[in-house]
Design a protein around this ligand. Structure first.
Ligand code: COI
Length: 355
């Protein structure tokens, strides 16, 4: 494996003083990790360098045709001060799957993980100490060929930046309001819905803005063909509790295969919940919430962790779920997942990478 070169910043930034006010993704650490790719040569020049601007030609493919993919993972500080990652190899494996769909090269996953470790090593003091805060990690790959033809690039840049962050939603663990979007769609069968490509998120922004103006934290996307079935929220996968049974949309190619989703499904079963992945009609969920059969709704995601949904709006109807409070299923799963991530609960599944 190529050695990772480290150039330290001579101009260290002040760290945030109040970790309870971090918000999400606003402050960045002192360094970043970069490596380049060239067709025929593979990934090369892995390096940790001071965080800073890139100089890129305005004709780079990424600016015109959006060959860009990213990941999200976190570094946690345990009570004993030690640092740990949660299933980082899953993120790099998913990035390679995203890359393939986008005509981009697979990542050198082992080198990317070494790069991440080297980066955290130099910026370790940036990992927050507050419970609920962590160091959010954003690996990204962009195409860098200078060419206006619509073709896969032959050169790429992979980078990792890191941001000490708190809760993704301003509500924190308080339930959020979600708006069911039935005009616009996020993804279609055969498209890029299962990838973490920038375009999926770009396509969601307009509808999210409309929902935000109406007072909702996010939109819940329905399927792109019949606009009947629950897909995901864009920043999280959706789950619904029916007492001690948890149901979630099955992965169908247009939903992101969330790493938190997958982990929660495993933990839920280990905790004795029944779990079912299936096609979920929004109309059925709505009826089940009204009749009280569906007792909780919550989203799962790296940034969002577990985010209870207290209100669901669809057309002219608005439903309150579990009295607008977090329910026992979401709370149990949140406590277990974050317990493992922060080192308070034993990691029986071998998900933690201690640094
Ligand atoms: C994450 O949860 O890490 C994501 O990438 C979702 C993003 C919209 C914040």
């Amino acid at each position: 494996m190529e050695k990772i070169a480290v150039t330290l910043s001579q101009n260290l930034k002040a760290k945030p003083e109040d970790e309870s006010k971090l918000g999400f993704g606003r402050v960045f650490t002192d360094h970043m990790f970069l490596m380049n790719y060239e067709e025929g040569k593979g990934w090369f020049n892995p390096r940790v360098v001071p965080y800073g601007d890139f100089a890129l030609d305005p004709a780079c493919v990424v600016f015109h045709y959006g060959q860009a993919i990213f990941e999200g993972t976190k570094c946690y500080r345990r009570a004993d001060g030690g640092l740990q990652l949660f299933r980082p190899e899953e993120n790099f494996a998913r990035m390679s799957r995203s890359a393939e769909r986008m005509g981009m090269p697979h990542l050198d996953e082992a080198l990317a993980l070494e790069g991440l470790k080297a980066l955290i090593d130099v910026d370790q003091d940036w990992v927050p100490h507050n419970d609920g805060a962590s160091l959010y990690i954003r690996p990204t790959m962009i195409s860098t060929d200078v060419h206006l033809g619509v073709h896969a690039s032959k050169t790429y840049l992979f980078f990792i930046i890191m941001s000490p962050s708190g809760a993704y939603y301003k509500e924190g663990l308080k339930p959020v309001g979600i708006y069911v979007e039935d005009e616009y769609v996020r993804a279609v069968r055969g498209g890029t819905g299962f990838t973490k490509c920038a375009g999926n998120y770009a396509a969601s922004i307009y509808a999210s803005e409309i929902a935000e103006k109406k007072g909702y934290a996010q939109v819940l996307w329905l399927d792109g063909v019949e606009q009947k079935y629950v897909e995901e929220v864009g920043s999280m996968n959706m789950m619904f509790a029916y007492g001690s049974k948890i149901v979630t949309p099955a992965l169908n190619g247009s939903i992101l295969p969330g790493i938190t989703r997958k982990s929660i499904l495993t933990l839920a079963q280990q905790l004795g919940f029944e779990v079912e992945e299936k096609k979920l009609a929004m109309a059925d969920i709505f009826e089940d919430i009204k009749s009280g059969k569906c007792t909780e709704a919550f989203g799962t995601g790296t940034a969002a962790v577990i985010s209870p949904v207290g209100e669901l709006a669809w057309g002219d109807e608005k439903l309150t779920i579990n009295g607008g409070e977090i329910g026992p299923v979401a709370q149990k799963l949140y406590d277990t997942l974050t317990g493992i991530q922060y080192g308070r609960v034993a990691d029986e599944n071998g998900w933690i990478v201690k640094l």
